[in-house]
Ligand binder design. Sequence first.
Ligand SMILES: Cc1cc2nc3c(=O)[nH]c(=O)nc-3n(C[C@H](O)[C@H](O)[C@H](O)COP(=O)(O)O)c2cc1C
Length: 380
Amino acid sequence: MSLDKKFPSVADMAAGAAKRMPKFVHEYMIGGIMDETCVERNRSTLNEVQLMPRYLQEAQKPDISTTVLGQTFDAPFGVAPLGLSGLMWPNLENVLAAAAKQHNLPYTLSTYACVSLEEIRKSGGDNTWFQYYPSDTPEIEQDLLDRCKNAGYKTLVLTVDIPVETVRYRDAKSGLSVPPDFFDLKTLWQMVTHPTWSLTMLRYGVPQFRSLEKYYPPGPKIPASVKFISTHMKGHITAERFKDIRAAWDGNLIVKGVLDVGEAETYMSLGADGIQVSNHGGRQFDAAPTPVDMLPAIRQALGPEALILADGGVRNGLDIARMIALGANFVLMGRPFVYAVAAIGERGGDHVMRVLKQELTMSMAQMGCPDLISMPDHLV
Ligand SMILES: Cc1cc2nc3c(=O)[nH]c(=O)nc-3n(C[C@H](O)[C@H](O)[C@H](O)COP(=O)(O)O)c2cc1C
């Protein structure tokens, strides 16, 4: 059966992923914080956004390309950073970076990804961005930023919405630890009963934080990584810390995890090149507002020229249109790309990107919207 028949939508890919991922991995991916109301709200607020179709206007072949920070992409969406990506599906980073390059979309590599920043940049070229969780050890910060520069990254995505460590109840219950304990009986059983994931994992090896392992203290890797994270990665970013990072990085700087209008203005006034309106997919603070709630006010405050990206709950091309109508220039997604590769394997990245492009194009043609700039005119 063709992929278009078996997996026509992200929802179908999500169902496929649930069958092929061990439970502790699946729970880690879908989970949010506390009661997960924010995860639900990301979806429900998007569903409420109505766009006016107009039929007198012709838009048979809408232009979905867009330029961000001097680079033109084929569509206004890309891959959000995903920590432990190689645990969710082995080699996920390389599969998605390759698909993003093929589709001319950006791929953001997480600090906590399982492929190194150098390897991904080499394969993904200018379509790769690096997401930075700051280290509070100045030498490590400097070295990481130098490595990004030397590897050729032009865009750094600085995540600011993890001031403290949090607990997600699904992970606590399912037995996921960071890094994972593969010898725990519960975990072992889940792996044995999900052979496609396990065999792929055998092929690529136990996931490690490849961009960070050079900083680990001596000793076996797993305990060393735990020690390293607890000692060097306490990343609360104050305005002073932000100024330091801005001064140390002379490439493009996007601030991810902004929801407050005043903070959006502050980051821009301190030299950010763009902000990513995001509540981390509902994974950090359950009472947080959604991008849908905040985008219009943030756009109004920052003005028409500011670069605003957004993520959270986007599951199809129509949702991308909705975010753009509300004021975003560009839209990122996290979980949908994992669903696709987990459900389909290596062809999943290409398939989901094609589906999303088609859905966006179809929605715009139906709306009579010829290009992305015209999208806000359709907001009801
Ligand atoms: C499993 C998972 C891991 C994530 N890891 C990171 C990360 O390492 N860095 C980061 O800035 N955001 C991380 N995020 C947040 C995403 O970048 C993005 O904000 C979120 O997934 C968007 O919501 P969506 O999954 O509904 O599209 C993660 C999200 C998920 C689901």
